[in-house]
Each structure stands twice: as C-alpha cells, then as structure tokens.
Design a protein around this ligand. Structure first.
Ligand code: SF4
Ligand code: SF4
Length: 107
C-alpha cells in the first residue's frame, strides 16, 4: 500500500509533506511532488500535513484521481528526491482548489 499525491498539489507544491516522511520518499518536479510507491511505508503521516489535501491512500483515491497512482510511480523514478521544506510556488494561493490541473503538469 502506498500514499499518492494528486491533482491539487500541481502549481502549489507547499512541501509541508516532505518534512514528516520517515523514509524520505518524496520526489520533486517543476510544479508537482510525487511519492515513490516502492519506498512509502504507508505510515499516513504526510496526509494531514498537506494544506492542499492532495495526499490520499491508494485505496481511498477520489473519483477521477486514479491516474495519479501510475503517475507517482513513473515520475518518482525520474525526479529528484526532496527532504526539506521550501517556499511554495509564487501563485500557490490562486491555484489551490482549481480542478483539472493535470493539464499544467510539467515533467
Ligand atoms: S504538502 Fe501537499 S501540496 Fe504541498 S507538496 Fe506536499 S502534497 Fe503537494
Ligand atoms: S505515508 Fe508515510 S512513508 Fe508514505 S509518503 Fe507519506 S509520510 Fe512518507
């Protein structure tokens, strides 16, 4: 079982989640973070830390967010590990809660 970062992280990227992960399994792209499903130990610590409510257990993914499971797996294989909090992206408040942000995902 793994936790999954979903659509509402895109263009926000608060990074609160990375500080609590005991196994440092978050990976960072230009405007999104993902969790490596092979490294996640299913501890659930990150889920309540996310101000954007973008993290879900894989068996509790909201309808329409299912594709993010494969996306987290794929992108965590190519992106850079992130373990320390940094400032969110410049327009994070404007984008929080906007639906369908996957169209803006940068790889
Ligand atoms: S805290 Fe939430 S919005 Fe911020 S980087 Fe982590 S998953 Fe993305
Ligand atoms: S569930 Fe735990 S191990 Fe998995 S990403 Fe979140 S904090 Fe890390």
């Amino acid at each position: 079982m793994t936790f999954v970062v979903t659509d509402n992280c895109i263009l926000c990227k608060y990074t609160d989640c990375v500080e609590v992960c005991p196994v440092d399994c978050f990976y960072e792209g230009p405007n999104f973070l993902v969790i490596n499903p092979d490294e996640c130990i299913d501890c659930a610590l990150c889920e309540p830390e996310c101000p954007a409510n973008a993290i879900f257990s894989e068996d509790e993914l909201p309808a329409g967010q299912e594709e993010f499971l494969a996306l987290n797996e794929e992108l965590s294989g190519v992106w850079t590990n992130i373990t320390e909090k940094k400032d969110p992206l410049p327009d994070y408040e404007k984008w929080d809660g906007v639906e369908g942000k996957i169209q803006y995902l940068e790889r």
